[in-house]
Design a binder for this molecule. Sequence first.
Ligand SMILES: [Zn+2]
Length: 166
Amino acid sequence: MLVLTQEVDAQIRAHGAATYPEEGCGLLLGVMANDRNLVTAIRPLPNVWPDAAERRTRFRIDPQDWRAAELDALANGLDVVGIFHSHPDHPPVASARDLAWASWPGYSYLITEVRQGQPGSGRSWQLAADRSGFVEEEIEIAAGDWGVGTRDLRLGKRILNDQAPL
Ligand SMILES: [Zn+2]
């Protein structure tokens, strides 16, 4: 399951609108716990797919951007727990290209549809353990401000303990 704060959910939608008509992308930052990816922050990153004309249907994250963002996140007590990207004028269903590129079981692959510039619904996917395909996961939008940093770790655990039938 993917759990987003309301703020993160809004930021992801806004990023998808801002990068329209190209695919926008970035990292989901937070905590992995008990089969849940709790996202408390995002790190938008440039879509560096080499052919600009193809960025409506493709994205690529520069490995150096990724690494810098990951180090930043670690310094703030957060891990990379997934990747988000937008599908301009396409349903938020993971494509064959998305699957070919996805290499990390356990990560959430969140896709947001952006239709004519308006961000719509998102769906999230995880790579199957044998990497044969994507399995859709539930998305929960959690109310409240979780803040940033190690406080999130505690609050994340508390949410799990209080609300989750583990
Ligand atoms: Zn895609």
